[in-house]
Structures are given as C-alpha cells and as structure tokens.
Design a protein around this ligand. Sequence first.
Ligand SMILES: *[C@@H]1O[C@H](CO)[C@@H](O)[C@H](O)[C@H]1NC(C)=O
Ligand SMILES: *[C@@H]1O[C@H](CO)[C@@H](O)[C@H](O)[C@H]1NC(C)=O
Ligand SMILES: *[C@@H]1O[C@H](CO)[C@@H](O)[C@H](O)[C@H]1NC(C)=O
Length: 375
Amino acid sequence: MKPNRAMTFLLTGTFFLVVYLWKDDYAVHVTNHLQVYARKDASQNRPPTTRSSYVYSWPSCQQNVSAASITGFTSLPGHIQNFLYHRHCRHFPMLLDVPDKCGGADKSVEVFLLLVIKSSPENYDRREVLRKTWANERLHNGVWIRRIFISGTAGAGFEKQRLNKLLELEYREHNDILQWDFHDSFYNLTLKQILFLEWMERNCPQARFLLNGDDDVFANTDNMVDYLQSQKNNNGSKHLFAGHLIQYVGPIRDLRSKYYIPVQVHKSDSYPPYCGGGGFLLSGYTALVIYKMSKSITILPIDDVYMGICLAKAGLAPVSHMGVKTAGLPLPSNKLDAHDPCYYRDVLLVHRFQPYQIYLMWHRIHDPNLKCGTS
Ligand SMILES: *[C@@H]1O[C@H](CO)[C@@H](O)[C@H](O)[C@H]1NC(C)=O
Ligand SMILES: *[C@@H]1O[C@H](CO)[C@@H](O)[C@H](O)[C@H]1NC(C)=O
Ligand SMILES: *[C@@H]1O[C@H](CO)[C@@H](O)[C@H](O)[C@H]1NC(C)=O
C-alpha cells in the first residue's frame, strides 16, 4: 500500500469488517476418551531463558461423574453431555510450543500485531496459504507482525498420530504452531482460547495488539496495522476490543441448531455484547484482562460469547467498527464481480474464503497496477 493510499484509508475511516457467524467447518465430533500422551521430547522446546516454565504433562482430566445428576441430563444430546462431563478441564499437555515466538516475555513489547489463528490439524492447505499471504511474518510500517496457529488434536488412533506428525513437520519448518493434547472440536474452542491466553501471559505478555480469528478468513493485515497505529492514545496498554459487534441476543434453545445451548449449560436467556469469532482485534492489555477474568468464569462452549462474558465481568465493552457489514460486502449490482479486489482493498476482514481465493485476492489487492474508481 502506498503511503498516500494509507492516509486516505485512515482519513475516510471506512473500515469494513465482515464476519459471518457460521463456523460450519467445525463439526461437533463426539468421541470417547482419547489416550493422552505427552511427547517425550516436548521439554526440549523450552529455551533455558524463559522466566516461567510450563508444566508440559498434565494428568489426564477425569470426567466429572456428578454432571450426570444435573436435572434433565439424560435427555441432552451426546455432545452436550460430553461437554458437561469435561467442562472443568482447563489444563492439557502441550505437544508443540514456540516459547520464543515473541522473543521472550520482555522483548514481546516489540511485537505490534500478533496473529492468533485457530486452526484444526487437518487444515494444512489453509495454514499454507495464510503463511504466504496475510499472515506472513513481516515488518509493516515499521512494526512487526507475528503469526501463531493454535490447535488441538483430531481423529483417533493412527489418524490422530498422522495428524500430530503433520503439525510437527509444519512446526519444524515454520515455528508457528501451538498444540495442546485436547480434542479439537467446535465445543472445545473456548478451551483453546483460554489455553492460548495462558500461553500469552507466559510468553508474549507485552504484545501490543492481537488479531484473534479463524483460518478461513481474508484479513487485510496491512490495513489492521494502519488502523491500530491510528489509535493515537493507545499503544496496546489500554482497552481495545473491536470487531463485528453482536448484541441483544441470547442462547439458542432449538435442539436442531449447531449453536444449541440448553439451560443446563447457560441459565440466563441473554448474552452480553460480544464480537463474532471469525476475527476481532484486541489490545494486549485487554487479552490479559480477559484471561484473568476467565479463571473464575465457567466455560461456555461458544468461544466468542465467552470472551464477551469475560469482558462484561471486567466492566469492559466490545466495540463495532465503522462500516461493519454482517452479511458480506453489499454490491450495488449483481452484475459486479463479488471478488473485485477494489472491494477488498479497504476491508479489515471478510469471512469464508477458500485458500485459492485468499491467495488470489492477496496478490490482486497488492498489484501496483490495480485501478479502482474513487470509493
Ligand atoms: C461436577 O458437576 C457438578 C454438577 O454440575 C458440579 O456441581 C460440580 O461443581 C462439578 N465439579 C467440578 C470439579 O467441576
Ligand atoms: C474437549 O477435549 C477433551 C480432551 O480431549 C475431551 O475429553 C472432551 O470430550 C472435549 N470436549 C468436547 C465437547 O469436544
Ligand atoms: C504505552 O503508553 C503508556 C501510557 O499510556 C506508557 O506508560 C507506556 O510506557 C507506553 N509503552 C510503550 C512500550 O511505549
């Protein structure tokens, strides 16, 4: 992006952040117990310089048999029962760690934007394309962008071993994966989020800002840096939580919905305001506040709502971006190309892109010959 374009972008203040609510890619897998094992050599990943150390092997979390005595338990769907049995589990062995991702806790102040991308083990193609496009680690406008994928385990038996091996290979080549030994499922996304925040407090506590998002979004990280740098009174040490704001909603009590939350999981009929989980920006300060709050808040399976609950408890509010669109980029006419790079040059984030579409769009918006009308 040329400097004058960046300026126009900031002055007009037309940021779009488009996030769809659906996360269909996470099927709700219900499996029985996975064998829990800690990689023998995991401790080798610990550099000698880290101040605090992580316990790499936790005893496997026991299911809470008393959960079965909750009223109406037997009539709940299997995945909800499974959730209730394991709701209290918050510690899992780390299989892959990158403790020096931010240069150590003290140096982490030099990380301006940490991209924290939720990715399931099998999403190899998505990770590959992100590494080459918007999640490429680089200096932009004089500040550092760093990338980390966060993952659990998938499958069982040989398939689980194969997928772990895949992540390990990628990890060796790119040093960008945190993996814990828990089942990576839709209902465990909150757990993944909490485990990441715990890692951040330990290894990257001073990162200025974070993008927390999915691996199937198109994120214009150049624009994100420009936007965050324009927050003149906030260098990351104050509250910021921005994205696609959702408010005045509550749990879906319809059993057929993927988002079904029975009263046994969340009694209240309302949720506090939150930002759609496809992608949101937050300051390092706010991330650590959320982590602190999470310690005394029982896990709710919907991760983005859970973040809103933590914020509310801290007395903080999420905000919406100007020009936020909830249902994709509205086109003036259906004769226009929905993937015209001119529409995406000024956005912050758009949900649901295929890997090839991300690759193509990233290159097209950076084409020096790209000509767009005045928007
Ligand atoms: C186990 O479940 C029961 C019933 O929901 C609950 O009261 C108790 O606090 C749970 N125990 C733990 C360790 O979470
Ligand atoms: C979350 O992961 C744990 C550990 O693998 C597993 O026991 C539990 O069943 C998972 N929960 C859900 C709802 O998938
Ligand atoms: C960030 O801003 C605060 C004041 O709001 C200041 O105390 C702090 O030193 C600044 N941090 C850095 C790393 O510039």
